[in-house]
Write a protein that binds this ligand. Structure first.
Ligand code: CTP
Ligand code: MG
Length: 194
């Protein structure tokens, strides 16, 4: 670190934050598109009489979203290698496999966590829970990174100028979420625009 002009530190923090979160961000639109079929909670209810996760969390959505996120992440790694840019956005081999998996799976894990909480609050799939709907996938991805790859999380989202990466994600997520869901709703992929 050190030595780079401030405008470059700012530029790198913002752009790398966006690139790093792509494997996480793609998972939900993919799950919306390819999801459906057997629900993960097997239609089971909890003591409160509500579904554990609800009909909106399916195995197909979980598999397709995780695979798509990992394909995009590894695609980025391969492009970085072939182009000789040496950005190592997801860290170094072999850890990058784990980081990409944690980003993709973590996003859908957070999505499930959000649904779990929504069901406990007596909200049906499709009902809005502001905050949770926008940030659940970020919370899931970051939570798994913090647990399993804390050093990667600290060096890419906390230390030095990289705190700007954290802020970038927090600011851009609701905007990106809104834009993709309005698009998905208008195209008929999604039943509600959130
Ligand atoms: N989806 C899926 N499997 C997942 C996540 C999403 O099949 N693991 C699909 C479902 O068809 C779901 C749609 O994507 O209805 C929209 O996802 P989301 O908005 O997260 O779910 P909701 O239906 O709104 O349900 P919830 O209230 O539980 O978030
Ligand atoms: Mg949701």
């Amino acid at each position: 670190m050190g030595g780079l002009p401030i405008y470059l530190e700012v530029f790198i923090s913002i752009t790398s934050a966006i690139c790093i979160m792509i494997p996480a961000a793609i998972t939900n639109p993919i799950a919306v598109y390819f999801g459906g079929g057997r629900p993960i909670d097997r239609n089971h209810t909890l003591f409160d009489g509500r579904r554990i996760l609800g009909k909106g969390k399916t195995w197909r959505g979980l598999y397709s979203g995780t695979i798509a996120g990992m394909v995009l992440g590894f695609g980025g790694v391969i492009a970085d290698y072939l182009a000789g840019t040496n950005l190592y956005l997801f860290g170094h081999y072999p850890d990058l496999f784990i980081v990409v998996f944690l980003l993709a799976f973590g996003a859908l894990f957070g999505d499930m966590l959000g649904s779990f909480i929504k069901r406990r609050l007596n909200l049906s799939p499709g009902d809005e829970l502001p905050g949770m709907d926008q940030y659940d996938f970020i919370i899931g991805a970051w939570l798994l990174l913090i647990i399993f790859r804390p050093h990667y999380f600290l060096t890419h989202f906390i230390y030095g100028w990289r705190i700007l990466s954290l802020i970038t994600v927090i600011v851009l997520t609701p905007l990106a979420h809104r834009a993709t869901n309005v698009f998905g709703y208008k195209r008929g992929f999604k039943e509600v625009p959130w």
